[in-house]
Design a protein around this ligand. Structure first.
Ligand SMILES: Nc1ncnc2c1ncn2[C@@H]1O[C@H](COP(=O)(O)OP(=O)(O)OP(=O)(O)O)[C@@H](O)[C@H]1O
Length: 982
């Protein structure tokens, strides 16, 4: 069970890079941002180096506030599940480690930083789980200061009272904690204060108490520099609460006790004494800090080296060979830290093996300033190596509880097996079988789905490729047709097309890119246009890709934005003109329509007014009257006839009868005439009504014509107004353009002047850069040759004559390299000083210009001259930046090789080289400080040499004298002997 857990949770150390913004002190000396973050990728670039991490924050990547959610929250979750976890902030001094970790917590309200958020999250989790789990939470807060461990929560040895300045340390009153080795190879910190905490507030009070006690000091690079490595540890023990069911305590939760630790580490920052301006106590602290960090770097290197990891190579947990061999290991704090605090805390049984029982996140904090490029590069390299460290986090159970758990699961397994062998078809076994079967089925279907997915992916790729090929093929054919039309022979076409295939492919992809860009520009244009003028018909179909294959159409890369901005002015003008012309068109169209309507209405009107309606009316009315009178006369006649008829009918006789008939006939005729007249009268009345109606219609028509006419006038006015507005706009625009052209000419002249100045300055800069690059090139060569010679040395080795010769050669190389490094570094520092001077001048000039603007006082320098000077200086500042970064890169490489070289364990060689280097450094110091005394010494030496020459001459004379005396003596002895014989 634990093994599988261990395998599951095996993972690399995750690394996040946090780039803080440029701070005021950096901006004041003209620093620029030298780190680029690849958009959308966790990748950073500095100079020619590029690194990829798990996360990158700041400098336009994700905001730093997201660090907690992305990197730390999962670790808090892991802690609750029983895993050890570590968050480690690493980086140069002043790079923002304390800010990021929130280690300088000073109470409520200061909630920025990781630790306050961790506290909050832990207690929220505890609150949600308190019904089912019992928690015991403890905290400890220690610092490693000058290779000693101090307890920041120990009330007796706390070196500071609240409010006391951090820089007034009283180390005498603090007693370091003893580091003890445990039986199983681990180490413990004896008697460290580990109080239990029950609430977030309680935990926060311990954090702020420890923060106040932490050793801090002021340096040139950070006014509140942490001088120690601080580790805030939260230990969480948890046990499931047993529940009572029907009066019986259920046993299913077991005796599982989980105990895990979360270490929040804020390391002291690496520093260069020269840049921090550290001396005395600070300088010594700096040495300790750097020494510890170097050891840490070596551990990270070794752990991140895959080859070493596979071979089970040596990991220098302790900072030197001697430390590993002797009991001084206690002083090697990094070993202690790594081992105890889980960052890479090894499986104790494997002692020096690689990886640790912890889920670890390293936050590499960097400053983006180019003055810090060298240190930033070193931090990025270390962070990159740390990514390769493999940890194997396991759930930390109480050993006894874990044993019990193991035994319990073993019993369960045995019981299941027993049931199986007895062929007992009990329900739980059946259930188990069913579940097993289900799992198998699900696994099979999962596999099937994955296979299908894979196939689909392949098909998709295949289809995309085919579509691309088809496009190429189509273009090829179009080209062939074109060539055939141009009268080329078939062979020529064939050979041309073979040559053109690659070209075509390139073009297709190029077109693809360009279309993407065009579409993007077009879409921006369209969106603007649609916002500004609804009536404008867009014709963007032509710009739309005819081929849906190209995914690049959807990619709107950021670099297009700038182009769009550049042409947006032009587009605006075009838009305005388009808008105007389309409006004019629209109004013209409307006007034409009105004219047409008017014509129609007028034609209709004419039809009405064609005949003289009043005459017609009079005529009809007259006619009606006449008919009326005629009718009356006829009716009167009828009346008379009726009367006569009645008279006659009463008279007897034939004649009366005849008259009666005659009258009756006449009456009938008259009545028919009256009926006829009545009909005519009705028709006339009908005509009159119709006439009235048409009059009304004519009136309406007249009104409408009137309305249309007024509309037309209104429209004409509008057109006139619009044209006038457009004319005015165009005039103002032309005026503007003229002004801009004038200004442009002036600027061009100014620019020519500046360019000439810039050219001159560039030449100076180029010369300087060339000098610098020559130096760095030479350094590179030397580093290369040193690498080669170190290989030779290791090949020859073993103390024989050749080995010694090679060693001597290596030492010589080493010395030469040291000299070059020294030269490059002084050039680097000189450049930085120069840059700071330029930045000061720029700031001064800007301030002067502001003051001149405000007070209107006579200026010391003309504005043109000042702005050209500022421009030139800013150009030079920008140019220096890249030189600085490249030099920093060379220096970092030199340092890196040095580290690798010294990390190889060839102690004799290293010692010899170190001594030689010490002598070299000593000589450098001596040379710079006592050139005058050397001259005196030279004079003295010359005098002494003259003395020696005199003495030598004397000696020669004396010895010849002595020889003469000797021969005289011999002669005398000879004569004496002869005399004696004679
Ligand atoms: N993300 C950030 N945003 C704004 N300012 C920041 C940020 N990170 C750091 N700073 C500022 O940078 C300065 C240095 O930060 P900090 O003290 O955290 O650095 P450090 O790496 O802990 O340094 P040292 O190793 O010397 O202790 C502080 O003034 C801090 O306010």
């Amino acid at each position: 069970m634990e093994n599988s857990e261990a395998r599951d949770s095996s993972q690399c150390v995750r690394v996040a890079v946090n780039i803080r913004p440029l701070i005021t002190s950096e901006l004041l000396i003209g620093c620029t941002d030298c780190i680029t973050v690849v958009p959308g990728e966790p990748q950073v670039q500095i100079g020619s180096h590029a690194f990829t991490y798990d996360y990158v924050y700041g400098s336009t990547a994700s905001p730093s506030t997201a660090i907690y959610d992305d990197c730390v929250a999962p670790l808090v979750e892991a802690l609750v599940h029983g895993y050890n976890a570590t968050v480690l902030a690493y980086g140069q001094t002043g790079s923002g480690k304390t800010y990021t970790m929130g280690t300088n917590y000073s109470g409520e309200g200061s909630n920025s930083g990781i630790i306050p958020k961790v506290m909050d999250n832990i207690f929220r989790r505890v609150e949600t789980m308190k019904d089912s789990t019992e928690f015991l939470i403890r905290v400890s807060f220690i610092e490693i200061f000058k290779e000693e461990v101090f307890d920041l929560l120990d009330a007796n040895s706390t070196n500071l009272n609240k409010g006391e300045s951090a820089s007034v340390l009283k180390p005498v009153t603090r007693v370091p904690i003893q580091i003890r080795e445990t039986v199983n190879g681990g180490i413990t910190l004896a008697g460290v204060t580990e109080p239990e905490v029950r609430s977030k507030e309680e935990m926060a009070s311990f954090l702020s108490r420890g923060s106040l006690s932490r050793a801090t000091g002021s340096t040139n690079m950070n006014s509140q520099s942490s001088r120690s490595h601080a580790i805030f540890t939260i230990t969480m023990e948890q046990k499931k609460i047993a529940r009572c069911q029907n009066g019986v305590t259920t046993d299913d939760v077991g005796d599982d006790i989980l105990c895990a630790k979360l270490h929040l580490v804020d390391l002291a920052g690496s520093e260069r004494a020269k840049r921090t301006g550290a001396d005395g106590l600070r300088f010594k602290e700096g040495i300790h800090i750097n020494k510890g960090l170097l050891a840490l770097g070596n551990v990270i290197s070794a752990l991140g080296d895959e080859k070493k990891r596979k071979e089970g190579g040596h990991v220098p947990y302790r900072d030197s060979k001697q430390a590993e061999d002797s009991i001084t290991w206690k002083k090697s704090i990094f070993w202690a830290m790594w081992m105890t605090y889980g960052v890479v805390s090894v499986h104790y049984s494997l002692h020096d093996s690689l990886g640790g029982n912890s889920k670890t996140v390293m936050i590499a904090c960097v400053s983006p300033a180019d003055t810090n490029a060298e240190e930033t590069l070193n931090t990025l390299k270390y962070a990159n190596r740390a990514r390769n460290i493999q940890n194997r986090a396991v759930i930390n159970r109480d050993p006894m509880a874990a044993q019990m758990q193991r035994m319990r699961s073993q019993i369960e397994q045995l019981q299941a097996e027993l049931l199986f062998y007895r062929n007992d078809s009990g329900a739980p076994f059946d259930e188990l079988q069913i579940l097993k079967h289900k799992v198998t089925l699900l696994e099979a279907s999962n596999q099937e789905l994955q296979r299908e997915l894979q196939e689909r992916r392949l098909t998709c790729q295949h289809l995309t490729q085919r579509a691309l090929d088809a496009q190429v093929e189509k273009d090829k054919l179009v080209m062939k047709i074109e060539s055939a039309r141009n009268g080329k022979s078939w062979d020529e076409i064939e050979s041309d097309s073979n040559q053109d295939v690659d070209l075509l492919k390139n073009y297709v992809s190029k077109i693809q890119e360009l279309e993407g860009e065009l579409l993007r520009v077009k879409s921006t244009h369209n969106s603007k246009r649609s916002r500004n003028a609804d009536s404008v018909d867009t014709d963007d179909d032509g710009f739309r890709s005819k081929n849906g294959l190209f995914p690049s159409l959807n990619e709107f890369s950021a670099d297009c934005d700038s182009k769009v901005e550049d042409i947006s002015d032009e587009i605006e003008d075009e838009e305005k003109e388009l808008e105007h012309s389309s409006l004019q068109e629209k109004l013209d169209r409307e006007l034409k329509e009105l004219d047409k309507k008017l014509e129609q209405k007028e034609a209709e009107m004419k039809r009405f007014t064609g005949a003289d309606t009043s005459v017609l009316k009079q005529h009809y009315e007259k006619k009606v009257l006449e008919l009326e009178q005629e009718k009356k006369i006829l009716q009167k006649e009828i009346e008379e006839l009726r009367h006569n008829l009645s008279n006659i009918s009463s008279a007897p006789g034939d004649s009366a009868q005849k008259l009666k008939e005659e009258y009756l006939q006449k009456l009938n005729i008259l009545e028919a005439q009256v009926a006829e007249l009545k009909k005519k009268q009705d028709a006339q009345a009908q005509l009159l009504r119709q006439k009235q109606k048409s009059d009304e219609a004519a009136k309406r028509l007249q009104d409408e014509i009137q309305r249309i006419k007024s509309q037309k006038v209104h429209l004409q006015q509008k057109i006139k107004q619009e044209s006038e507005q457009f004319r005015m706009w165009k005039a103002s625009r032309e005026k503007e353009v003229l002004q801009l052209k004038k200004e442009g000419r002036r600027n061009e002249y100014e620019m020519h002047k500046l360019l000439a100045l810039n050219q001159r300055q560039k030449m100076v800069l180029q010369r300087k850069t060339e000098e610098a690059s020559m130096a760095t090139k030479r350094l590179k060569e030397l580093l290369e040759s040193r690498k080669a010679s170190s290989r030779e040395t290791s090949g020859a080795g073993n103390g024989n004559g050749l080995g010694i010769q090679a060693l001597m050669q290596a030492i010589e190389h080493e010395l030469e390299v040291t000299v070059r490094v020294h030269e490059v570094r002084s050039e680097y520092e000189r450049q930085m000083e120069e840059r700071a001077r330029m930045a000061n001048e720029v700031a001064r000039l800007k301030e002067e210009s502001e003051q001149a603007n405000l007070s209107n006082c006579p200026e010391m320098m003309s504005p043109g001259a000042r702005s050209s000077r500022i421009f030139a200086l800013e150009n030079m500042l920008a140019a220096t930046s890249s030189t600085l970064v490249s030099m920093a890169s060379q220096l970092s490489e030199a340092e890196e090789r040095e580290r690798v070289f010294s990390g190889r364990g060839r102690w004799n060689q290293v010692r010899a080289l170190t001594e030689a280097k010490n002598i070299m450094n000593y000589l450098f110091n001596l040379a710079s400080s006592s050139r005058c005394s050397l001259r005196d010494k030279e004079v003295e030496c010359r005098e002494k040499a003259a003395e020696i020459r005199d003495l030598k001459e004397k000696v020669v004379r004396i010895s010849s004298l002595a020889r003469q005396l000797e021969s005289q003596k011999g002669e005398l002895i000879h004569q004496l002997k002869l005399q004696r014989f004679s």
